[in-house]
Design a protein around this ligand. Structure first.
Ligand SMILES: Cc1cc2nc3c(=O)[nH]c(=O)nc-3n(C[C@H](O)[C@H](O)[C@H](O)COP(=O)(O)OP(=O)(O)OC[C@H]3O[C@@H](n4cnc5c(N)ncnc54)[C@H](O)[C@@H]3O)c2cc1C
Ligand code: FES
Ligand code: FES
Length: 479
C-alpha cells in the first residue's frame, strides 16, 4: 500500500500528517507544531545531544527503543514509529520516570539545557538493558554534551538505576503500543509537496522502480551525513528516497568466506556482530559518533560519502571488502579499493544504489585498527589506520594496510605494504615501512591536524601495531 500521509504514535494516539514537508526536521515539528519544547536545539548537526528523543520501533513483536538526534532526522521518517519525548516520561499520575527521579536525586542538572537530552539517552539505555554497567552508561551518554554539571552526578544517577523499579508505564502499556504500531507499520510513502518529492519504499523492487523514474534523487539512509545539507548548509533536498524503511536490506549474513551487511543495517547492530570476527572493528565503532548516530547510520552511507575520514573505510579496505551495487536490472560487485575516485567521488552511478557490503573472513590473520581524534568520544578522526596481516614464522605472508585522514580518499598504503610483504618482522623493516608511508601519502593541514602531525601519527600507529603483536607473543621483533 502507498500513502501520502505519514502515521506515527504519540501519547497512545495515532497521529497523521498529510504531505509533510520532506525537509522539515523532527525537532522542528516537535517544538513548533506539537509545541513540546522540552526537546532542545543546540548544534543542529547531531553533535551535542540536546535534541535527543527516543523512537519505538516494532521488531519481531517487540519494541526496540532507539535514541536519535531529532535535529538531523526528517519528519516523514517517523512513519510507522512511536515518538517518545521527554514530556512523555512523566506518568499520567504525575510521577517522574525512574530516570528523571535519579537525575533529581543525584543533582544531575544545573542550567538544564542539556538535561532532556541526557534523560532521553538514559531512558533508551534503561529500556534496552536489564543491568547498567559503567561501560554501558558511558556509551549511552557519549553523544550528550554538558557544559555545567560535569558528568559525575549524571553517571551516579545512571548507576542508581540498577536499584530502581524497572517496570515503568511504557512496560505496562507495551501490548497496547504493539497493537497500535502494527496498524501503521506497512505502508510505503510517496509525498509530493510543492517542488519536493519524498519516497519511502518498503521493498527493493519498489526502490528500483522509483529510482529509475527519479534518477536524480538523493538516497537517504540514516541521514547523519545527508541531513546536514539542510540543517547546516541551508540547502533543500528536492527529491529524496528513504532507504531505511526497506527491512529486506536490514540484515547481516555470514557465509563461509565473507560476512554480508545489508545497506540499511544500522551501525549499532553491526558493531555487536563484528566483534567476534574483528574485535578492533567494534572498538572503532564504539567511538563512531554516538549511539544516537549509530542507531540510524549505516555502513553503506559511510561508503557512499567517500569521506577521507569515514571510519569504517580504512578498516573495510584493509579487509578487502566488496561493494554490491544494484540498479533496475544489473548487479555489480566492486572491490572497495577501486570504488573511491576522488574527494567524495565514487563509482556509484545515477540509478544505482549500494545493496550490501561483503567483508571477507581471514581466519589466519591478525586484524588491528586505530582511531586518533582530538576528543575520545563523538569526534571525527584525524587519522584512522587499519592493518590486516598473516604472519608465519615471523614472516609476513600477506598484508593490507589502509589509512583514513591521510589523503583525499581513504586509501591503501601500497609502498608500505610492498616493503612488508614477505619480509621478516624486524625493527629495520618496520622503519623502512614507516618511511615508505611518505611515498604513499602527502597529508594536508586542516582544522583537525597538520600534515606533519598526521604523518607522524600514521608512522607511530604502524609501529604500535607491530609492538602490540609482539607483546601478545604472536611473533617476535628482532633487532
Ligand atoms: C555528530 C556526527 C558524528 C559523526 N561521527 C562519525 C564518525 O565518528 N566516523 C565517521 O566515519 N562518520 C561520522 N559521521 C558521519 C556519518 O555519520 C557517517 O558517514 C554515516 O555512516 C553516514 O551513514 P548514513 O546512513 O547516515 O548516510 P546518509 O547521511 O543517509 O547518506 C550519506 C550519503 O550516502 C548516500 N547513500 C546512503 N545510503 C546509500 C545507499 N544504500 N546506496 C547509495 N548511496 C547511499 C546518500 O545519498 C548520501 O550521499 C558523523 C556524523 C555526525 C552528524
Ligand atoms: S541539536 Fe545538537 S545534536 Fe541535535
Ligand atoms: S546542565 Fe547546563 S549544559 Fe548541562
Amino acid at each position: 500500500m502507498t500513502s501520502n500521509t505519514i502515521k506515527f504514535v504519540h501519547e497512545d494516539r495515532i497521529l497523521e500528517i498529510k504531505n509533510p514537508n520532506p525537509n522539515e526536521t523532527i525537532l522542528n515539528y516537535v517544538r513548533t507544531k506539537l509545541r513540546k519544547t522540552g526537546t532542545k536545539e543546540g548544534c543542529a548537526e547531531g553533535g551535542c545531544g540536546a535534541c535527543t528523543i527516543v523512537l519505538g520501533e516494532l521488531k519481531n513483536n517487540n519494541i526496540n527503543y532507539i535514541a536519535i538526534n531529532s535535529c538531523i532526522m526528517f519528519l516523514p521518517t517517523l512513519q510507522g514509529k512511536q515518538l517518545i519525548l521527554v514530556e512523555d516520561l512523566i506518568s499520567k499520575n504525575g510521577s517522574l520516570h525512574p530516570v528523571q527521579q535519579a537525575m533529581v536525586d543525584y543533582h544531575g542538572s544545573q542550567c538544564g539545557f542539556c538535561t532532556p537530552g541526557f534523560v532521553m539517552s538514559l531512558f533508551s539505555m534503561f529500556k534496552n538493558n536489564s543491568r547498567f554497567k559503567a561501560n554501558e552508561i558511558k556509551d549511552s551518554i557519549s553523544g550528550n554534551l554538558c557544559r555545567c554539571t560535569g558528568y559525575q552526578p549524571i553517571i551516579k544517577a545512571a548507576k542508581s538505576l540498577n536499584n530502581r523499579n524497572k517496570t515503568d508505564h511504557f512496560t505496562k502499556n507495551k501490548k497496547n503500543m504493539i497493537s497500535l504500531l502494527k496498524k501503521i507499520n506497512n505502508e510505503s510513502i510517496v509525498i509530493y509537496k510543492k517542488d519536493k518529492k519524498y519516497f519511502a519504499p518498503r521493498y527493493v523492487q519498489e526502490l528500483k522502480k522509483i529510482l529509475k523514474k527519479n534518477i536524480n534523487s538523493h538516497l537517504l539512509s540514516g541521514g547523519t551525513d545527508l541531513a546536514l545539507t539542510v540543517t547546516k548548509e541551508r540547502k533543500d533536498l528536492n527529491s529524496v528516497i528513504y532507504m531505511n524503511s526497506i527491512d529486506e536490506l536490514n540484515y547481516i549474513k555470514n557465509g563461509k568466506k565473507y560476512i554480508e551487511v545489508g545497506a540499511t543495517t544500522p551501525l549499532i547492530k553491526f558493531e555487536d556482530y563484528i566483534q567476534k570476527y574483528y574485535s578492533d572493528f567494534t572498538t572503532i565503532l564504539k567511538r563512531y559518533g554516538s549511539p544516537q548516530i549509530r542507531n540510524v547510520a549505516t555502513v553503506a552511507g559511510n561508503i557512499a560519502t567517500a569521506s577521507p575520514i569515514g571510519d569504517t573505510l580504512p578498516l573495510l579496505l584493509s579487509l578487502d571488502a566488496k561493494v554490491v551495487l544494484k540498479s533496475i536490472k544489473k548487479t555489480k560487485i566492486i572491490p572497495l579499493n577501486n570504488f573511491f575516485l576522488g574527494y567524495r567521488k565514487t563509482k556509484l552511478k545515477k540509478g544505482q544504489f549500494i545493496d550490501s557490503v561483503r567483508i571477507p573472513l581471514f581466519p589466519k590473520n591478525i586484524f588491528k585498527a586505530y582511531k586518533v581524534s582530538k576528543r575520545f568520544d563523538d569526534d571525527i578522526s584525524s587519522v584512522c589506520a587499519s592493518f590486516n596481516l598473516e604472519v608465519q614464522n615471523k614472516k609476513i605472508k600477506n598484508i593490507r594496510v589502509a589509512y583514513g585522514g591521510m589523503a583525499s580518499i581513504p586509501k591503501r598504503a601500497k609502498y608500505c605494504e610492498k616493503i612488508l610483504l614477505n619480509s621478516l618482522i624486524t625493527e629495520q623493516n618496520i622503519n623502512k615501512a614507516k618511511k615508505a608511508l611518505e611515498q604513499d601519502f602527502k597529508p594536508i593541514n586542516d582544522m583537525r591536524a597538520s600534515g606533519k602531525y598526521r604523518m607522524e601519527v600514521a608512522k607511530n600507529l604502524l609501529q604500535k601495531c607491530f609492538l602490540e603483536i609482539e607483546q601478545k607473543k604472536l611473533i617476535r621483533i628482532n633487532n
